[in-house]
Ligand binder design. Structure first.
Ligand SMILES: NC(=O)c1ccc[n+]([C@@H]2O[C@H](COP(=O)([O-])OP(=O)(O)OC[C@H]3O[C@@H](n4cnc5c(N)ncnc54)[C@H](OP(=O)(O)O)[C@@H]3O)[C@@H](O)[C@H]2O)c1
Length: 329
């Protein structure tokens, strides 16, 4: 197979560039399953992949894109057959191994998830890594005892990809959702997704000398980190849990042990990259059934082409994207 196709590639020689390239199937990395990509999506990590010092790409040149959904063109692994609709998110996709910003991809069969029956390929990419991460966060909170009758649940960075899905899914599950956002223009959007209360970023990142503040939430989904996470830990109620997955507000956490040793607060680390295959597959099925976000079309901000990706990458790093952007390949 040496069919020609197009991909967005980032390279560092002679200087950093992100531009469209003509490729053939022979240029794809080794792998068991060759996929005709129909949709991809843009996550914060893809924004970092598209800048010179984003520190997410393992080697150059690279085709970024941590998400893809498409149809199997060829498989040497007996679990998959030509014509199967599949999706792949994270693992090394788009950072170590050519990713989804391409008309074709070839990946290890162990990364490939059969498309859940309750989702189209397009819907799966609206959800993408952002929705999967919100799903992991919420299921981990529930595994640690969170229930709707325990009190409000805070979602920080609520208008972003992870935040939007966390608001939608928590509301669907019957939680009282408090959403914090830096965008005054996002209030009506967050209410449509199911937020009961909307706070500003400043409301959830107040610095104080106190080790503990008044208890405000039974749990939290935090894609922001930094000072916001420090404040959220101080204000989580007795026995509550905070699921942290991101760093848009900073990667440094300054805290004391008091939320943990006086209130029994749990800090739950959330990783979607190496999330185990069987749990991932099960969660994707739930994202197409009992956890299916109810406002996918509201959360979809834009559907763009491969050529338009670099401009959206800049917007996502500036925190300007409301919801999710998918790529129609
Ligand atoms: N651990 C994992 O496996 C995993 C998976 C997916 C994503 N992530 C991480 O989770 C984070 C969110 O990803 P995403 O794809 O949802 O990104 P996104 O769509 O860009 O959303 C991030 C949101 O964070 C808020 N924000 C931006 N800059 C901020 C700042 N300086 N201070 C406070 N809040 C700020 C904004 O929301 P508001 O304007 O509403 O405040 C923004 O929309 C990223 O750090 C990403 O790397 C981690």
């Amino acid at each position: 197979m040496s069919e020609g196709f197009r991909a967005l590639m980032v390279s560092k020689e002679p200087e950093f560039r992100a531009e469209m390239h003509d490729m053939t199937l022979n240029d794809l990395p080794a792998g068991d399953v060759t996929i005709r990509v129909h949709y991809s999506s843009i996550n914060f990590k893809d924004g970092l992949a598209l800048i010179p010092h984003g520190k997410v790409i393992f080697r150059y040149p690279m085709v970024p894109g941590v998400d893809l959904a498409g149809v199997v063109r060829h498989s040497s692994d007996k679990r998959f057959h030509e014509g199967d609709q599949v999706l792949v998110t994270s693992y090394g996709l788009g950072v170590q191994h050519f990713g989804g910003f391409s008309e074709y991809a070839r990946v290890p069969a162990d990364w490939v998830i059969p498309k859940p029956p309750g989702l189209s390929l397009r819907e799966a990419m609206i959800i993408g890594t952002a929705g999967l991460t919100a799903g992991i966060s919420i299921t981990q909170l529930e595994r640690n005892g969170l229930r709707p009758d325990q009190g409000p649940v805070l979602v920080t960075g609520a208008s972003g990809g992870v935040g939007s899905f966390a608001v939608d899914i928590l509301a669907r599950l019957g939680y009282h959702v408090v959403a914090s956002t830096g965008k005054a223009s996002a209030h009506a959007y967050l209410q449509r997704l199911g937020a009961d209360v909307i706070l500003s970023r400043e409301d959830v990142s107040m610095a104080s000398a106190k080790a503990l503040e008044a208890e405000r939430w039974a749990g939290a989904v935090d894609p922001v980190g930094g000072e916001t996470l420090a404040y959220v830990l101080k204000t989580t109620q007795y026995g509550g849990s905070v699921a942290v997955c991101g760093l848009t507000g900073g990667s440094t956490l300054s805290t004391t042990v008091f939320p943990f040793i006086l209130r029994g607060v749990n800090l739950l680390g959330i990783d979607s990259v190496s999330y185990p295959y069987l749990a991932r597959r099960h969660l994707w099925e739930r994202l197409g059934s009992d956890l299916k976000p109810r406002h996918l079309e509201d959360i979809l901000a834009e559907e763009i082409s491969l050529e338009e990706i670099p401009a959206v990458g800049e917007k996502i790093l500036r925190g300007e994207v409301l919801g999710r952007v998918i790529v129609r390949v």
